[in-house]
Design a protein around this ligand. Structure first.
Ligand code: UD1
Length: 420
């Protein structure tokens, strides 16, 4: 297993190309199952999670081909209603996203209950309720979800999400695209990735209104067709590099990043002492003055994203003063706390709240990556820790960050990947 060896202390300067959004790619790859004709996706990042999703699609008879220029051509002409096996689904929770398309297109589906990042219970009940509201009979047995329509088409319905789950909104939208009649999703997630999926489905011939608001309406169509769609930039990758600039007191231009997708993050980083402004190519993040401690609560979009909580905690670990960070999306997403402690961070956990007292200095140590975002939080801390930080189990990083070490080196970081 590879590890990263980081020598802290370098300011980051330069530009970073932000890749297409992982969380836009995964549902849109699953959406290829909805049509009998190919779907071409542009700006698809080269990530382990994408490879895992393509492996699952192959299991379901959808072939994928990388074209010159980075586009991905998904061909569902051989698609069949096979089972989505535990062996693949356990590696990535987002595998659940094939359930809605399979049942909408084939009238039945069998998908293993997902695994993925170990950051809390993460149930899938809202996905299942959404499909039930569209007329599917859903059962969970022996670790598998089965959904059936008894040979009929799904029918439009009213789906009320008790919390605005991103994945459940996407499952509902994809299934409803092929249902008979109109569907309304109430309390839908408003994330940019939900809007991007709606754009992709619309290009395929779906009729969707209201994506980006709490209420999405879908008029089902008989079939979807060939389409091409370019993915939006990854706001979590962009936010991570923004924090990298802030923590090292450097300046980075994030090419293709959109400030409007990072409004809450930008505001928090400015309170913390950074400056952020749009440029012709994306946005610039810089910090010249001292860091300040700021409190943060993670919230559904457009609030501060849970996927940047670990990275922000690394920043607060070196900000003078005390910061309270409350996690409201995933109840046990604090596995980075003891690891940051090994670097000298002073963090006290109480339930879903962390009290971070900024340390004058962090010190390099060996740490263990536990999930995707937690591990990149450790890398950010390593960038300012004195001496050498070794991050083990970095396959978690490869799930969501394309060429992280190379991009950081280009901006002046002293970091190398060592094969075990
Ligand atoms: C997506 C993102 C993930 C991000 C998360 C929150 C993808 C591939 N992943 O995950 O990076 O951290 O949004 O922004 O897009 N919940 C239920 N029942 C359900 C579904 C969710 O109770 O059926 C709960 C979850 O346990 C969690 C909350 O709802 O507490 C939010 O989860 P959700 O928005 O569904 O996250 P994901 O779609 O899994």
């Amino acid at each position: 297993m590879d590890r990263l060896v980081i020598r802290g202390g370098n300011q980051l300067k330069g530009s970073v190309q932000i890749h297409g959004a992982k969380n836009a790619a995964l549902p849109q790859i699953a959406a290829a199952l909805l049509a009998a004709e190919p779907l071409e996706l542009g700006n698809v990042p080269d990530l382990l999670d994408v490879t895992t999703m393509l492996g699952l699609m192959q299991e379901l008879g959808v072939t994928a081909e990388r074209e010159t220029g980075g586009s991905l051509l998904l061909d569902p002409r051989g698609a069949r209603n096979a089972q989505a096996p535990y062996e693949i689904v356990r590696r990535m929770r987002a595998s659940i996203l094939v359930l809605g398309p399979l049942v909408a297109r084939f009238g039945s589906a069998r998908v293993s209950l997902p695994g993925g990042c170990a950051i809390g219970a993460r149930p899938v009940d809202l996905h299942l309720k959404a499909l039930t509201a569209l007329g599917a009979r859903v059962e969970v047995d022996a670790g598998y979800i089965t959904a059936e329509t008894n040979g009929r088409r799904l029918r439009g319905g009213r789906i009320i999400l008790t919390s605005p789950s991103v994945g459940a909104t996407e499952t509902a939208m994809m299934a409803a695209a092929l249902a008979q009649g109109e569907t309304e999703i109430v309390n839908a997630a408003r994330d940019p990735e939900v809007c991007d999926l709606a754009l992709c489905l619309t290009a395929m011939g779906a009729a969707i209104e209201g994506a980006g608001t709490h209420r999405i309406q879908i008029e089902g169509v008989d079939s979807l067709h060939r389409a091409r769609h370019d993915l939006i930039a990854d706001r979590i990758e962009a936010g991570t590099y923004a924090i990298a600039a802030a923590i090292t007191g450097g300046q980075l231009e994030l090419i293709d990043a959109h400030l409007e997708h990072l409004a809450a993050v930008g505001a928090v980083l400015e309170h913390a002492g950074a400056q952020i402004w749009p440029t012709d190519r994306g946005l610039m993040v810089s910090r010249t003055g001292p860091l300040r401690a700021v409190d943060v609560v993670t919230e559904p979009y457009p609030g501060f994203p849970t996927d940047l909580q670990a990275q922000f905690m690394a920043l607060m670990a070196v900000a003078p003063g005390a910061s309270v960070i409350r996690e409201t999306i995933f109840e046990s997403r604090f596995m980075h706390v003891p690891e940051l402690g090994r670097l000298g961070a002073n963090i006290v956990l109480q339930g879903t709240t962390a009290l971070v007292r900024g340390a004058a200095k962090l010190h390099g140590a060996e740490v263990m990556a536990t999930d995707l975002r937690a591990s990149v939080g450790l890398v950010l801390a390593g960038l300012v820790a004195e001496g050498e930080t070794v991050v083990h189990r970095i396959y978690h990083l490869d799930r969501g960050y394309e060429a992280l070490d190379r991009k950081l080196v280009q901006c002046g970081a002293d970091i190398r990947r060592v094969a075990q």
